[in-house]
Design a protein around this ligand. Structure first.
Ligand SMILES: C=C(O[C@@H]1C=C(C(=O)O)C=C[C@H]1O)C(=O)O
Length: 275
C-alpha cells in the first residue's frame, strides 16, 4: 500500500510540523469513517464469537472468530499480499495472518529505530468497549435496536475506523523519533533510567493536545451537519455524537499515541552507543 507520509525523504518525514500535518489530516479520515459507522446501531453481536461464531479455518487463529475479527483478519491477509505492512506507518491487528507480498518489496529508508511497539489490541478493545457504544448511543432519536441485515456493513465500517485509528496512534513513533533527535541528551538520560513518567512528561505538549480537541469538536460539528439544511434541522439530524468524537480523542487516541511514544523511546537505545 502507498503511504501518505513521504518516506522517501527522511528529513521531511521527521519534521514535526509535517508529522502534525499528517495527524490533522487523519482527524478528517477518522471522523468521516466514524460518521459512516454510526449509521448503524452498535450491533454488539458482531463483536461476540459466542453470539455469532464465524469458523476461521486459519490455524493461526482460534477456530471461531467474531464477525468483526474474521473480516478484519481476512482484510489484513489480503492487504499484506500488496505489501501494506511493509510500510513503517502500518501495523497489523493480526500479524499471525500476514502473507508474503505478491509485489516487489519497496525499499523504505530506515527512519525509525527497530522496535516491536504495536498497541492494536488495546485500540480494538477500547474501540469496541468505549468508543463505539458512546458514538452509537442514540442522541435524541428512537432506539434503533439491532439490525441483523447491517452486520456486514457495520463490520466493514469498523475496519476503516480501526485502520485509521491505528495509523494515527502509531504515528507516535515518528513524533518520538523527531523529539529524540532534537533533544537526544535529555531523552538518553530518561531512557537509561527507564523513567516512563519522565519520558511521558518530556513528550507531552499540552497546548497541542488542547488545540487537537478544540479542532475535533469543530470538525465533528461541521462534518456532522448538512450545509444545505437549516441550523434547526441540523440540530435534530446531526450525523455524529460530537462529544463522543472529542471523548474518543481525549480518552483513547491521545493517551495511546503517548504510550506509543514512550514505549518506542524505551527501546530507542537498544544496539546503539548509548546502550
Ligand atoms: C503527537 C504529539 O505528542 C503528544 C501527543 C499528542 C496527540 O496525540 O495529539 C499531542 C501532543 C503531545 O502531547 C505532538 O507533540 O504533536
Amino acid at each position: 500500500m502507498d503511504t501518505a507520509l513521504d518516506l522517501s525523504n527522511p528529513e521531511g518525514a521527521l519534521d514535526l510540523d509535517n508529522i502534525r500535518f499528517q495527524l490533522i489530516r487523519l482527524e478528517d479520515t477518522i471522523t468521516f469513517h466514524l460518521i459512516e459507522r454510526v449509521q448503524f446501531p452498535l450491533n454488539a453481536a458482531i463483536y461476540d464469537p459466542d453470539k455469532l461464531p464465524i469458523p476461521s479455518y486459519n490455524l493461526a487463529l482460534p477456530p471461531n472468530l467474531s464477525l468483526a475479527d474474521y473480516m478484519l483478519s481476512e482484510t489484513e491477509r489480503l492487504h499484506s499480499l500488496v505489501r501494506r505492512y511493509d510500510a513503517p506507518d502500518e501495523h497489523p491487528f493480526f500479524p499471525q495472518v500476514l502473507q508474503r507480498p505478491i509485489m516487489q518489496p519497496i525499499k523504505y529508508p530506515t527512519i525509525l529505530h527497530p522496535n516491536n511497539v504495536n498497541v492494536n489490541s488495546t485500540i480494538k478493545d477500547k474501540y469496541i468497549t468505549e468508543i463505539l457504544p458512546e458514538a452509537c448511543r442514540d442522541f435524541g432519536r428512537t432506539d434503533r435496536g439491532e439490525t441483523k441485515e447491517n452486520y456486514g456493513s457495520a463490520a466493514c465500517c469498523d475496519i476503516a475506523c480501526l485502520q485509521a485509528l491505528s495509523r494515527r496512534i502509531h504515528f507516535g513513533k515518528f513524533v518520538a523519533e523527531s523529539k529524540f533527535r532534537k533533544e537526544t541528551e535529555r531523552f538518553v538520560k530518561l531512557i537509561k533510567a527507564v523513567d516512563r513518567q519522565g519520558i511521558d512528561e518530556a513528550i507531552t505538549n499540552a497546548a497541542v493536545e488542547k488545540k487537537v480537541l478544540e479542532r475535533l469538536r469543530l470538525k465533528a460539528k461541521t462534518y456532522g451537519t448538512d450545509p444545505s439544511l437549516s441550523a434547526a434541522v441540523n440540530d435534530r439530524k446531526e450525523k455524529i455524537n460530537i462529544e463522543a468524537v472529542v471523548k474518543m480523542y481525549a480518552q483513547v487516541v491521545i493517551p495511546l499515541t503517548k504510550v506509543v511514544e514512550v514505549e518506542y523511546l524505551i527501546q530507542r537505545l537498544k544496539g546503539t552507543e548509548w546502550e
